[in-house]
Design a protein around this ligand. Structure first.
Ligand code: DAH
Length: 343
């Protein structure tokens, strides 16, 4: 036994000294000093086989050895820690005495996103689903499926950007193409809204921008009529501008609805009396709408004998400008931080 102790001690000290990092040291420590299966514990158990006088001196020797090993492990651990600290570059070290950094500014939603989310919440509360559509759209969905054939003059009003080498694809000029996509995919009955970015080839000025947002809605079911349309639009108008707001619908031609209307709401700055914002008319034009044209239902694989529907498209960008009193549409897509930080 005494011989074993000598050998154990020298080997143990070498193993401790050679541990190259903290994980290795921990392994050595467990192997040597582990409480149940550690080599030192096994040595201690050997004591019971010795005769009484020997047992006493060997016990004392082992106790002394244990102290030595624990000390060696502690020293090695301290040495490894300070070596690891030395290796961390100066910039990585944390100076706990340094003054705190100024609080980081967190981002926030764009005004268009705020208005979009507000409307999405309103419509989902009425049982509408919110859909997303492609911004690069086929000529078919953007125009033809919406009852705007190739030679139709309505295409002139919605000149857009075309995709080089892909003749039949355009940057969508409105969110209406999602009407037929939704009908084809989900069939009737249907209740959806589609917020999204649209594009037009515009000479830009304070009121015109090549990139803007719309907010489309579509309802198809049995027995849907014009008063359903008016009811929903009134809810939106009151939600946006207050209980006293009224909706005025006047006939307007859109190829994909029949009848089609141009929708206005009571000017909220002058309460309908007439002011600069509403150009003295008392009304603000904010959407187009109408009863879905039978040709469009057919295109969406829906039987116009059985189902009817209404559709509307809000100028979401226009709603944002009105809500926040923004007088230049170009600010919205400008990425100008001075402008954006105000929201
Ligand atoms: N898509 C039309 C536009 O961009 C707006 C519109 C009018 C949408 C009537 C509709 C609608 O759904 O029924 O000018």
């Amino acid at each position: 036994m005494p011989l074993d102790v000598e050998k154990f001690e020298s080997e143990a000290l070498v193993a401790i000294a050679e541990a190259k990092d903290r994980a290795a040291l921990e392994e050595v420590e467990n192997r040597l000093l582990g409480r149940k299966q550690g080599e030192f514990t096994l040595l201690m158990r050997g004591l019971s086989e010795l005769a009484a006088p020997e047992k006493k001196s060997a016990g004392a020797r082992l106790n002394e050895l244990k102290g030595k090993l624990v000390e060696a492990v502690n020293q090695k651990r301290a040495a490894l820690e300070s070596a690891a600290w030395e290796q961390i570059s100066e910039t990585e070290k944390v100076d706990l005495t340094a003054p705190a950094l100024p609080p980081r500014k967190s981002g926030h939603f764009h005004p268009s996103t705020l208005v979009q989310r507000d409307l999405e919440n309103l419509f989902t509360s009425m049982g509408f689903a919110v859909l997303d559509g492609p911004e690069v759209e086929s000529d078919y969905y953007n125009f033809s499926a919406l009852n705007i054939p190739e030679t139709h003059p309505a295409r002139e009003l919605q000149d857009t950007f075309y995709i080089k080498g892909h003749n039949n694809w355009v940057m969508r000029t409105h969110t209406s193409p999602m009407q037929v996509r939704a009908m084809q995919k989900y069939g009737a009955p249907l209740r959806v809204v589609v917020p999204g970015k649209c594009y037009r080839n515009e000479a830009t000025d304070v009121r015109h921008e090549h990139t803007f947002y719309q907010f489309e809605g579509l309802v198809v079911d049995e027995g849907i009529n014009f008063s359903h349309l008016k009811g929903v639009l009134e809810i939106v108008a009151k939600h946006l501008y207050g209980e006293k707001t009224e909706v005025r619908l006047r006939p307007k031609y859109y190829p994909f609805v029949e009848p089609g209307v141009n929708g206005e709401v009571t000017c909220f700055t002058c309460a309908g009396k007439g002011c600069r914002l509403c150009k003295n008319s008392g009304w603000l034009e904010v959407f187009g709408a109408g009863m879905v044209h039978p040709n469009v239902l057919i295109e969406g694989n829906i039987d116009p004998q059985k189902y009817t529907g209404f559709a509307f498209g809000f100028g979401l960008t226009r709603l944002v400008m009105l809500k926040y009193g923004i007088d230049d549409v170009r600010l919205l897509e400008s990425g100008n931080m001075k402008f954006l930080e105000q929201f």
